[in-house]
Ligand binder design. Structure first.
Ligand SMILES: [Mg+2]
Length: 346
């Protein structure tokens, strides 16, 4: 981690907006960031403008050596001046197969201490990051607005009373195994699960990769044009924020507050549940997250994996509750069991 640099002239540079010029491929781009953003977040902003994925970017800036190679360095720690230009070297992955292979490194989940997790959620700097992301993120909807032949957009939409936000990698799909046909890597009962859940929940898909890959993958699995259910929204890596923890350094997470702020009339902490195999993705909204058992080694496990069947029962059982955030989703398997027993004895 780079030491704070004394040549930074402004005192409250952390909250201050910096306007940087980034040169890439013969063009100049203006990027607005804040001092409390990390280099990783700067790369994400650059990705929004250039479509070069953060991990493919190399940033060059006069006189600061290789500090821009460390994604965890905060921009306030670097002597950036708006008069100087940054150069980015990197290539857009038009071959999106590349992305499929290394869209996420094998990173095991980790537990943050209870206090630390609460701290991250409540930290003002993280709330600010979320607010900025709310302002910046462009939602992609697959069906809410439909362009009709008269050239106008129409909204055909009756929201469900609840929302389920689903991760892709290791949650719905084993992205690390190889197969002739992606359907072989699909988690068993995916369509049955989505069909059943759609009776009570709007379904959104949020993956830490590019929208193009999400559309491709979900399209191949037959999720985007399925006659039995609709996908309300797709969210990608640009919707994530980077937070800092004392024990684990920086990591990205999926703040549901982004969805709640965009559609306050539909979705809120009481009616939203999120599935992900990585618990840290819930750190901004721990009461709304359910850690799903990762679906790995599809070829060995696809005859025995029953997670989505069990989770269907859970989601339908809790759908009648007014407030999902009072549940402890970590105990979801016991809830389903208790509920079955209750029904059997009734
Ligand atoms: Mg995952």
């Amino acid at each position: 981690m780079a030491a704070a640099t004394s040549s930074v002239s402004t005192s409250s540079i952390t909250e201050e907006e910096l306007t940087l010029t980034v040169k890439w491929s013969g063009k100049e781009y203006t990027v607005r960031v804040c001092g409390d953003d990390s280099v990783g977040e700067l790369k994400r902003r650059i990705c929004e403008l250039t479509n070069v994925m953060p991990k493919r970017q190399k940033l060059l800036y006069p006189k600061i050596g290789n500090k821009l190679a460390d994604d965890s360095v905060l921009l306030s720690q670097l002597p950036l001046k708006s008069s100087l230009k940054m150069t980015m070297i990197g290539t857009v992955e038009d071959d999106i197969i590349v992305d499929q292979v290394d869209s996420s490194e094998v990173v095991d989940d980790f537990e943050l201490g209870q206090d630390e997790a609460v701290d991250i959620k409540d930290k003002e700097v993280n709330k600010q990051k979320l607010r900025r992301r709310i302002d910046q993120y462009k939602f992609y909807f697959s069906f809410i607005r439909i362009l009709e032949p008269d050239g106008k957009y129409y909204v055909y939409y009756v929201p469900r009373e609840k929302a389920a936000v689903l991760d892709i990698d290791y949650t719905l799909f084993d992205h690390r195994s190889t197969a002739e046909n992606p359907l072989e890597l699909m988690r068993p009962y995916l369509h049955e699960f989505l069909t059943a859940v759609y009776a009570e929940y709007d379904i959104m898909i949020w993956s830490a990769t590019r929208l193009k890959w999400i559309e491709l993958k979900m399209g191949q699995l037959g999720v985007l044009n399925n006659p039995n259910y609709k996908i309300t929204a797709l969210l990608d890596h640009l919707a994530m924020i980077t937070v800092q923890s004392d024990s684990r350094g920086i990591f990205d997470c999926k703040p549901l507050g982004l969805i709640w702020a965009q559609f306050p009339e539909f979705y809120n902490p009481k009616n939203t549940i999120m599935f992900d195999d990585l618990r840290r993705n819930f750190v901004m909204n721990p009461q709304n997250g359910l850690t799903i058992k990762p679906f790995r080694k599809a070829h060995a496990n696809r005859d025995s994996d029953q997670e989505l069947v069990k989770l269907t029962q859970y989601l339908l059982a809790i759908a009648e509750l007014d407030d999902l955030s009072t549940l402890n989703h970590e105990n979801w398997e016991f809830f389903a069991e208790d509920n079955t027993k209750r029904r059997r004895h009734a």
